[in-house]
Design a protein around this ligand. Structure first.
Ligand code: PEP
Ligand code: MN
Length: 278
């Protein structure tokens, strides 16, 4: 939920509904070179929060599960190096204190992933920390269920940022994208008073769809986007097909800033005369 001014402060970063906040980083933290390289690049190119998973919810138990505490250590070291807050997933209540300890006072946001969106015990526990929480929409969760779920978090004192990341529908079943991005949900969450971030990477499922989807979310007025970026996507240990490489990411930011600028200029009657628009 927004505070009275419609803003949320995380370290030096203000997330608000009057601009787009860029959150970027790898799906999973894999090694020192990867996270430091990606962190430096995304922060040089507009990102103000570094994402990265140390605890990974994978469909198969045989897939890479994340580096755990070592991953947290690398992630916070990289974020400190570029001086931005962290966004990282907590999958289980037992990891809450581990993440807080790893942060060592560095600002961060807890991510609740889609698979845990309605895990009420975890939501309550994470809410008691008072730290900000990015609540990702469950694959099959209704907007109203997500709003109720957020109350488990806010009841403990933590502020909630909503995240639309796509839902399971006919298009997912037909192999068009991995999930269906539900743009209306962004508007609904905002209408309900939530700062709302859009994740184009997980509905896209492959990198070619990430940029157009991201731009659509920005044009729609999402309060931020969270996008997966890897220095060498072919070698990524999770979500490699949807990872943008460093160059793709720079291009996305260029276009994203262009959309933001165009919207700002066109919203200002003094800057654009009516006849220029027709
Ligand atoms: C992720 O952010 O890497 C992730 C696993 O997301 P989701 O929970 O939305 O699938
Ligand atoms: Mn991912």
């Amino acid at each position: 939920m927004l505070n009275n001014e419609g803003k949320l402060q995380v370290g030096d970063v203000t997330i608000s509904n009057d601009k787009c906040t860029y959150i970027a980083g790898p799906c999973s933290v894999e090694n020192e070179e990867q996270i430091f390289t990606v962190a430096k690049h995304v922060v040089k190119n507009g990102a103000t929060i570094l994402r990265g998973g140390a605890y990974k919810p994978r469909t198969s138990p045989n897939a890479f599960q994340g580096l755990g505490e070592k991953g947290l250590e690398l992630l916070f070291a990289a974020a400190k190096d570029v001086n931005v807050p962290v966004l990282t997933e907590v999958m289980d209540a037992s990891q809450i204190q581990t993440i807080i300890n790893a942060s060592n006072g560095h600002p961060f946001i807890f991510q609740i992933g889609a698979r845990n969106a309605l895990n009420y015990f975890l939501l309550r526990e994470v809410g008691k920390t008072g730290m900000p929480v990015l609540l990702k929409r469950g694959k099959g969760a209704m907007v109203s269920e997500m709003i109720s779920a957020s109350e488990y978090i806010t009841s403990g004192g933590s502020p909630v940022i909503m995240c639309e990341r796509g839902i399971m529908t006919f298009s997912s079943a037909s192999g068009i994208g991995r999930f269906t991005a539900d743009h209306m949900a962004i508007l609904k969450f905002q209408e309900a008073g939530f700062l709302t971030i859009f994740d184009p990477s997980h509905p896209a499922g492959k990198k070619e769809y990430v940029e157009p989807l991201a731009l659509s979310g920005i044009a729609l007025g999402a309060d931020g986007i969270v996008v997966e970026v890897h220095n060498n996507p072919a070698l990524a240990l999770s979500d490699k097909d949807q990872a943008l490489n460093l160059e793709d990411y720079s291009m996305l930011i260029r276009k994203a800033k262009g959309i933001e600028m165009a919207l700002e200029i066109c919203s200002d009657k003094d800057k654009v005369k009516e006849e220029q628009l027709v």
